[in-house]
Unconditional design. Structure first.
Lengths: 272, 286, 287
């Protein structure tokens, strides 16, 4: 049933990664993404690739599930690889095949780019696999709180995100109900010109808008009744604490970044 | 006098958007609610019962007259926070009062707004969820719950604010019979065990019979105020203002008109059976 | 003659996913022309899923649904026609109103049927009059109507298609006693005037007792009872074990019988109850 969908890709679990502080995870993910882009050679990229595999294992998310997150971008990976193979030249050998010239450098670049994209996607997916949407918005709210100095209302932005997450499944159910009711009166979204199909959305969008306004109105009352007056003076039941494992993870990632820089400087012949 | 937790004095109310100011939603209404009471408010749609509910916690302010909560006047903005910490409200639509993506976070919303220290919030949330029988659902997502479960979460949210009084505005109107029973039983228990004053707005007779006091509203006024037995014996009046009585009450009322010696105040099937058996004793087969 | 005939109907939720489960299982049902069939069952028993198969909103995973003798899914292109003949009115139908005026909203169904203007006009006015909406309301925005008027406008939108089978899912949900009574009278009148078949899904045993010819009881996706009102309501303990009940008046009479009063067991409305008690007492005369 539509009711049973879960927002985001969160995969319930109790692994090391699941238990890290959400703010730290957000920061570390950004750092790792930067690390991937820092790699300029096969040794450093290889290190990142191994690290990515290690993280997948640590997360205890099944490999099949992780592979699903890569599926949508397989096309891009192949496309990039092909472009590099045929349009980059250099290196110590070339292979002529009909009108195509395949060079050593081309092949190396293709592989390099492909591995890079895969690492990027898997690392960011691991963040959403091991962190609930709620924890992520919480983390973003707390990380952004220094911005209140610049008069940016961080709390309200976070509240909007939370409410959106809360109501997406409810709205999806509502759309389904409205569509069924209009279908029962002969509405048709499957045949006809593009224009007529667009027009056929009106009987769904208008009731949805009307009910959403009513929903917002009632929700505002309910929040006021529970003494909501914005972010000032609010406490939070769930406290976030930085623990030893979080510091350890941070140090580890810093070391990885240092290793990448050093490897590229001294070890391999660099590709980029 | 200090026992009155909520007091209405000569309250009139007209919505700003109303075209006709001569036909107010509430007319010269006076009412006192004592601590610990379970008051059911009955009325057809448009009788003013929902407006009455919204005046108890300063969502609406009287056009004239005064509403006081524990002595605090709702007209005074400074009192609003204190009033809302005394009178909590549960609404009709189960979905449109749940704010968070996880049940326990939603129950924590009220205490968080009040600035309660985190450890205390945790305790209040756990106790509130246990009191409504939803503790096992604390880390579920609200959209996966049934209507009755969502309403119980909303009730827990008010409990966690530790209000003395709870107003429920047609809390079961959108629920199935199972959900209705869950919600009513939860609220009855809270009233009996935690001495929480309850104002329960409904149009279901079988729920109103459980209260210890029933108010019947029509056209902005209170037309009946008494125990369930006193109120439901007025079958003709209730039917004339568009309300029902339980089938058992109606049967006894009609048979009484036909001459059978029956009491006025039958409320449920069992009382009806007992009364009819007594009246028709001579027709019983041995 | 059965107007709707269902054999071996089975439908799964989330078919093909790890969350697959049975919504309704192996249902066989013949709905007779002109009858009022009530469907009762706790939430989750499959009632909503079942009725959405009658007008082709859902496709059976197994089994056949026939309307007037022919399989409704034989030609996928004609499935919309079925929906004009088997009208389904959902719960809280007022939430589907969308047009600029009440007139246009009621006309939505007939317009989709590609009828000509004069026919659409006739149907819209007839439906509006039937549900008790005054002419002046037709030009207003549906959002300016009262709650009860909105619901009647939405019902009119389905009636305007002049379906030979009308399915109503909890038509009295959320209404106060006055509103409920209006809807019940509307359904009664509709049957009397058009001879249409009606399927009523309801949680109110009292409403069911007043309106239905037969009752289908659903539990956990399967039909567990299908019989006359009398026969179904006489099985009170079985119904209670399923989380359902019988009208209060039936409980009273069952209690009276067990205490030795020679009253009939087939009393399901207050009127019948009064008549029966008079019969028993006036037989010997009362003061």
């Amino acid at each position: 049933m539509i009711k049973d969908i879960t927002i985001g890709q969160y995969f319930p679990g109790n692994s090391v990664l699941h238990r890290l502080d959400s703010r730290m995870k957000l920061v570390l993910t950004l750092m790792l993404i930067v690390a991937v882009f820092l790699c300029r050679g096969f040794y450093s990229l290889g290190l990142v690739f191994i690290l990515t595999l290690l993280l997948v294992l640590l997360s205890r998310v099944p490999v099949k599930t992780v592979a699903k997150s890569v599926r949508p971008i397989v096309f891009i990976v192949i496309f990039t690889a092909v472009l590099n193979v045929f349009y980059t030249s250099g290196g110590s050998w070339t292979y002529q095949f009909w009108i195509f010239k395949i060079s050593e450098k081309g092949v190396m670049m293709a592989v390099f780019m492909a591995v890079r994209i895969v690492c990027l996607v898997v690392i960011s997916s691991l963040l959403t696999y091991t962190t609930t949407p709620t924890a992520l918005t919480d983390a973003m709210e707390r990380l952004m709180s220094p911005l209140t100095v610049l008069k940016i209302d961080v709390h309200t932005l976070a509240m909007m995100m939370t409410l959106a997450l809360r109501f997406i499944p409810t709205l999806i159910e509502e759309i389904d109900r409205i569509m069924s009711a209009q279908k029962a009166r002969g509405a048709d979204w499957e045949s006809g010109s593009l224009v007529s199909r667009a027009k056929a959305l009106i009987p769904v969008l208008i009731p949805l808008f009307v009910s959403s306004f009513r929903r917002a109105y009632e929700l505002a009352f309910a929040m006021e009744c529970r003494c909501y007056t914005g972010g000032k003076g609010r406490t939070r039941m769930k406290q976030m604490k930085i623990r030893f494992s979080d510091i350890a993870a941070l140090i580890f990632v810093c070391l990885i970044i240092a290793a990448i820089v050093l490897m590229d400087l001294f070890l391999s012949k660099v590709l980029l | 006098m200090n026992e009155h937790i909520i007091n209405f004095e000569n309250v009139n109310f007209t919505y700003d958007s109303q075209e006709d100011c001569n036909s107010p939603v509430l007319r010269n209404l006076s009412l006192s609610i004592d601590k610990g009471e379970f008051v059911a408010v009955l009325g057809h749609n448009g009788s003013g019962k929902s407006t009455l509910a919204k005046l108890t916690n300063a969502i609406l302010i009287p056009s004239s007259g005064t509403v006081t909560v524990n002595g605090l006047d709702t007209k005074n903005d400074d009192n609003t926070n204190a009033i809302r910490q005394t009178v909590g409200m549960v609404f009709q639509n189960p979905d449109n009062q749940i704010v968070a993506t996880i049940v326990e976070d939603d129950v924590a919303f009220g205490p968080e707004n009040l600035g309660v220290p985190p450890a205390q919030i945790r305790q209040r949330v756990d106790e509130a969820l246990a009191a409504v029988g939803m503790y096992e659902y604390r880390d579920r997502e609200p959209h996966k719950l049934s209507g009755g479960q969502k309403q119980r979460v909303a009730i827990a949210g008010i409990l966690a604010m530790q209000t003395d009084c709870m107003v429920l505005d047609e809390p079961t109107a959108m629920l199935d019979p199972r959900g209705r029973a869950e919600v009513l039983n939860t609220v009855l228990e809270l009233n009996r065990e935690k001495d929480i004053t309850v104002i329960y707005i409904t149009h279901f007779m079988d729920e109103a019979v459980e209260a210890n006091r029933v108010l019947v509203m029509d056209n902005g006024e209170i037309v009946l105020d008494g125990t369930p037995k006193e109120v439901f014996s007025q079958v003709e009046l209730l039917q004339s203002i568009g309300l029902d009585v339980p089938q058992a009450s109606e049967l006894c009322y009609l048979m009484k008109k036909e001459g059978l010696p029956l009491p006025n105040d039958v409320l449920n099937a069992q009382e009806c059976i007992d009364a009819l058996v007594a009246a028709l004793e001579e027709y019983r087969c041995p | 003659m059965s107007v709707i005939s269902i054999t071996g109907l089975t439908h799964f939720y989330n078919k093909g996913t790890p969350f697959e489960s049975v919504a309704i299982h192996d249902i066989n049902l013949e709905i007779q022309k002109g009858e009022l069939l009530a469907i009762i069952g706790h939430t989750g028993s499959g009632k909503s899923t079942l009725i959405q198969h009658f007008n082709g909103l859902l496709k059976p995973d197994k089994g056949v649904v026939k309307f007037n003798g022919s399989d409704i899914w034989e030609n996928k292109k004609h499935i919309r026609e079925v929906r004009f003949n088997v009208g389904l009115c959902f719960q809280y139908p007022e939430y589907q109103l969308f047009e600029e005026t009440v007139y246009k909203d009621i006309a939505f169904g007939p317009q989709n049927m590609k009828l000509d203007e004069s026919e659409i006009d006739r149907r819209v006015r007839k439906a509006a009059e039937f549900v008790g909406l005054k002419d002046e309301l037709l030009e207003k925005s549906p959002f300016d109507l009262s709650g009860g008027e909105k619901r009647r406008a939405a019902i009119a939108g389905v009636l305007a298609m002049e379906p030979s089978v009308l399915i109503m899912d909890e038509p009295t949900a959320g209404l106060d006693p006055r509103g409920r009574e209006k809807i019940i009278q509307l359904i009664k009148k509709y049957r009397e005037e058009t001879g249409s078949t009606v399927v009523l899904v309801s949680h109110s045993m009292e409403d069911v007792a007043r309106l239905a010819d037969r009752i289908l009881v659903m539990e956990n996706g399967s039909p567990v009872m299908l019989s006359s009102v009398k026969s179904v309501f006489s099985q009170r303990s079985r119904l209670v074990s399923m989380g359902l009940n019988v009208p209060q008046i039936a409980q009273v009479f069952s209690g009276l019988r067990s205490r030795g009063l020679p009253v009939s067991a087939d009393i399901f409305t207050v009127e019948e109850g009064v008549k029966e008690l008079l019969r028993v007492s006036q037989g010997r005369g009362i003061q």
